[in-house]
Ligand binder design. Structure first.
Ligand code: GDP
Length: 510
């Protein structure tokens, strides 16, 4: 409730003449204001967070080009539902072009490797559909080098086809079209390629650079051609990474395994992941105990573009988290601790920012008012400020009643909003019919302040307080300036006294 802050600001005894725009934000003042308003106050924590800001782990700077070696492409398959994504992934996994050794039981880990007879390799992500792709994109991480867009030749371009195209374009990821279900009699691959033109996907036969391969995912037809097209595109893209140095990569899947505990699938993007590496991802860390491939076999190491299951996490990181290698467990703990702390601080900072923005708005307004009042004496200025801030409530006496002394300038203070409001309501109904007018100089909650007394004195007004106190120095100040200080704890007694004071100001009966 921002009025309370301003209230508190204005009630803090500060010499107005000594104020400059900067001193308005004086820490003592703000502290006072914030404390009084009941808001949270976090100076200490914010500076602490600044001091600790260098404890996080950050990715390494870009590699020296001489350190880079070619790496396999990482491919995501996208397309409309039922156009054959799952079938294509399954066939790719099982087909002859996959040179897996016998004995492995293929498991779903979120990615798998395909090796062509030529020795070229491709990592296919099979994290279901767009969800993984977009959630990673949203976090600024991009695990995909190439999108294979599956379009069923018997169905053509559908709305999720268009969405997939948009995703790929937004992420700046090149596409290959897999025109699927070409085994079907009603298949019309030509139509598919024509329809794609409408979405700025121009296939080679129309003079564009998008390769379109006619396949049958179900029968396994032409999958090698699709894989070769992918490798060809990867060559054009000149995909490279450094196989040495601290490991960096992306978590693409995470799950809790009964036996292994928290398990993630990680795509390595830099360096070579090995057992014993210490990793930090999100707010978790791992000392790598085991690495598994999609066939459930342990692997000794995983270089750039490889996807492996990582076992050894203390807690489960999320898919889309970046992982980074650190030099020691101690360093990992420190980074994770810092990140948890930073996240909490981030929330608090956002809260604080919102408060500060509001404060700034009020203070700007306050300053503007001050600037418009420079011709007045400081007391007048102070009083005018009060009234300006409470304009909507101020009851202003006409000049005539003022001349005749038939106005009663008032300051009302109460312990809570409700009581002040009750008094104001009573005054409102009173004011309408009387010959003596009320001039509400100021009202608010809290004990009687020096400012209240000075303002009442400036306008020859009275102060009425309900369930509030006036300290001894304030009482003395009021007495010195002849300001009536009327403190009550029973509302009707306050109103009675007020009425009596008003009556005393009425013109004598003739
Ligand atoms: P997804 O929703 O894109 O993953 O599509 P699915 O892979 O689940 O395939 C949807 C249906 O199309 C299934 O019944 C598949 O058997 C069938 N299908 C997929 N590919 C082909 C294909 O190349 N030829 C034919 N005839 N049917 C296919």
């Amino acid at each position: 409730d921002f009025d309370h802050v301003l209230e508190a600001l204005l009630n803090t005894p500060v010499d107005l003449d000594a104020l400059t725009p900067d001193s308005v934000l004086d820490e003592r003042w703000i502290k006072e204001a914030v404390t009084r308003s009941g808001m949270k106050f976090r100076w200490a924590k914010l500076s602490e967070s600044r001091e600790r800001a260098n404890r996080d782990v950050l990715p390494r700077p870009p590699a020296d080009p001489s350190q880079l070696t070619p790496r396999p492409p990482v491919v995501t398959i996208m397309g409309h539902v039922d156009h054959g994504k799952t079938t294509l992934l399954d066939s790719l996994r099982k087909s002859q072009i996959v040179s897996t050794e016998a004995g492995g039981i293929t498991q779903h880990i979120g990615a798998f490797l395909v090796q062509l007879p030529s020795g070229e390799r491709i990592t296919f992500l099979d994290t279901p559909g767009h969800a993984a792709f977009s959630s990673m994109r949203a976090r600024g991480a991009n695990a995909t080098d190439i999108v294979v867009l599956v379009v069923a030749a018997d169905d053509g371009v559908m709305n999720q086809t268009v969405e997939s195209i948009q995703h790929a374009k937004r992420a700046n990821v090149p596409m290959i079209v897999a025109v699927n279900k070409c085994d079907k009699p009603q298949a019309d691959p030509q139509r598919v390629k024509q329809e794609l033109l409408a979405h700025d996907v121009v296939c080679e036969e129309f003079g564009g650079d998008v390769q379109a391969i006619h396949v049958s995912a179900l029968k396994g037809d032409n999958l090698l051609a699709l894989a070769e097209a992918t490798v060809a595109l990867a060559e054009v893209l000149e995909l490279k990474a450094e196989p040495s140095g601290a490991v960096e990569g992306l978590i693409i899947e995470s799950r809790t395994d009964r036996g292994k505990g928290p398990v993630t699938t990680a795509i390595v993007q830099r360096g070579t992941l090995k057992r014993g590496c210490v990793l930090v991802a999100g707010r978790s860390w791992a000392k790598v105990r085991f690495l598994f491939d999609e066939n459930g076999r342990t692997v000794a190491e995983a270089g750039p573009s490889a996807a492996v299951e990582v076992v050894g996490w203390k807690e489960l990181p999320s898919a889309g988290d970046v992982f980074l290698e650190v030099e020691s467990e101690q360093r990992a703990r420190e980074a994770v601790e810092w990140r948890s702390y930073a996240e909490e601080q981030q929330k608090l900072t956002e809260e604080q920012d919102a408060i500060e923005l509001k404060q700034q708005l009020h203070l700007d307004q306050y300053r503007k008012q001050r600037e418009g009042l420079t011709h007045l004496s400081w007391r007048q200025r102070k009083a005018a400020l009060y009234r300006e801030n409470r304009k909507q409530f101020a009851v202003r006496p006409s000049e005539k009643t003022q001349r005749e002394g038939r106005s009663l300038p008032l300051i009302i203070k109460g312990d809570v909003d409700g009581s002040v409001e009750a008094i104001l309501n009573l005054l409102d109904s009173y004011d309408a019919q009387q010959q003596c007018e009320l001039e509400l100089l100021h009202f608010g909650i809290g004990d009687i302040s020096e400012n209240d007394v000075i303002m009442a004195q400036t306008f020859s007004g009275s102060i009425y307080g309900f369930n509030v106190a006036a300290s001894r120095p304030i009482q003395q100040l009021a007495a010195r300036h002849g300001v009536p200080l009327r403190l009550h704890s029973i509302i009707y007694k306050l109103v009675d006294e007020l009425k009596a004071e008003l009556s005393s100001k009425l013109p004598p009966l003739l």
